[in-house]
Every structure is written in C-alpha cells, then in structure tokens.
Design a protein. Structure first.
Length: 275
C-alpha cells in the first residue's frame, strides 16, 4: 500500500503534469529557417527598390543578417551562402561577401552564381592585392564539370561503370578486342569522374581565410609593437592562407608568397561553415 504522504506527492505530481499539458507550447524555432529567408529576400527587394544610398545599405545589411540567421538555423546550403554574399556585396561589405562566396563554393564547387560573383567581388579589390589563381591544369582538365549537375555526374559515373563492366565481361567470354577497348574506354571515363570528385572534394580551402574588417595592419611578428610588414593595411576581402595560430595572432601568407602576422579577430576561416 501507498502511504498518505506518497499519495499526496503523486497527486501533486499529477496536477503539475496536467497543468503543464494545458499550457500553450511556444512555436519559437518551430518555423525553421524559412521565416528568416523570407525576411532576407524581402529586405533585399526593398534595398533594390530604394533610391537613397543610406536606405539601400540599411536594407541590404538587414538582408545579410537575416540570411546569416537562416544559416544558423539550419539553412546552410550553397544557395543561401551565395545569397548572403550578394546581400553583403550590395551592403558594400566586401570581406563578408567574398567569405560567403568562398563558403558556397566549398559546399558546391560548381556553383555558377557564387563563382561568377566571386570573380566580380575580387575585381573590386585594390590592384596591388594578390588573389588566388583562377585554376591550374586539373581545373582545365575537368572543365566539363561546369555543364553537369551533381546528380548528372553521379548518373554518368554509374553508367560508365556499368558499360565498362559489361564490355569487359563480354571481352572475357568472347575475346572480342573491340569489347576490351570499349571496356577500357568507359573504365577510364569512370575513373576520370571519380578523380574529379576527389580533386574537388579535397579541402582546397583548407587553411584559407578572408579578412572581414575594413582594414587590418600586417606586422612582422605577433605583437602590437612589431614593425609593419606592408606599406599599406590589408583591406576587407583580402584572401590569405593561415600558416600558424598563436594566441590571438595568425601568421598568414598572401597569394604572392609574402607573409605577415594579423590579429585573429580580423580574419575568418573559409571552412568554418557553422557556429
């Protein structure tokens, strides 16, 4: 048997649970990122319609914040990063724009809009500032990726593998030279598609970062009292490689090989895609 004290305790617990069930459930966060994206698009449209510069910048800055909130709430797709980059670029925040385009391209290396807008944003930087090279031999070899979606490439790779396997099976059973060459050809195509995915999925942005503040002084050592490394401050949007992290200071390298030390707060890594 349950004693009187335990019975009273159980009745109180039941009453508390019943009251909790009657309370309204908050919908905060239940809407997901969609409401942030809608607000971002609305602010962006208002910015495009605005005639006054200050008003335009305010709307585009709001759009950037809303896109960032959408990403923080789970909408971190390449498209959303590219849209955030567009909003930041219109808000005349070149560093965050370039960073957003770079992050979109980490997620989707063939994202045409992010790639084109990144080229445009880099063109707004001072001419003396080095930018990453446009691509090497492997980029030229894999030019065909630009015209194929990810699903189309996957289907193409699967088809090449199936044809190669079938042709080689026929070659083994019938000893037809043509079947052997056909199998070898589609086998090479399959390996080429796999190789392109490995090349682009490899961390091409590993260790890379972007200056996100209007200006940052490059120094010869990790100290505020160290001599200046360059004749000019590095502007927002400067793309660098991080060589070393030393307690609030980053040893970086520009894309022409020159190095410097920057305060860590002025730089944000490309690959740090989520908080």
């Amino acid at each position: 048997m349950i004693g009187p004290t335990k019975q009273r305790t159980l009745r109180w617990a039941a009453a508390v649970i019943g009251l909790a069930l009657l309370l309204p459930v908050s919908n905060a966060g239940a809407e997901g990122p969609e409401r942030w994206i809608e607000s971002a698009i609305s602010s962006y449209d208002l910015g495009m319609e605005s005639k006054q510069r200050d008003e335009r910048l305010r709307h585009f800055a709001e759009s950037e914040r809303f896109f960032r909130a959408a990403i923080e709430n789970g909408a971190g797709s390449a498209d959303t990063w590219a849209n955030l980059g567009n909003a930041a670029l219109q808000a005349e925040r070149l560093g965050p724009a370039i960073l957003a385009y770079r992050r979109a391209l980490v997620l989707a290396p063939d994202h045409t809009r992010a790639s084109q807008n990144l080229v445009h944003a880099r063109g707004l930087l001072p001419e003396w500032l080095p930018v990453p090279s446009k691509g090497g031999v492997l980029d030229s070899f894999f030019f065909w990726r630009q015209s194929l979606s990810e699903s189309a490439r996957a289907q193409g790779a699967a088809a090449c593998f199936a044809i190669a396997a079938l042709a080689l099976a026929i070659a083994i059973s019938t000893r037809l030279v043509f079947a052997r060459y056909l199998g070898a050809l589609f086998g090479l195509l399959w390996l080429g598609m796999l190789g392109s995915d490995l090349f682009y999925s490899g961390s091409k942005a590993s260790g890379e970062a972007v200056v996100i503040v209007p200006e940052v002084v490059g120094r010869a050592a990790d100290s505020i009292n160290a001599p200046l490394r360059f004749g000019e401050s590095l502007p927002s949007g400067t793309e660098v490689r991080i060589l070393e992290d030393r307690g609030g200071w980053l040893h970086i390298e520009l894309h022409n090989g020159r190095d410097a030390w920057l305060v860590e707060s002025a730089v944000e890594p490309v690959e740090e895609l989520s908080p």
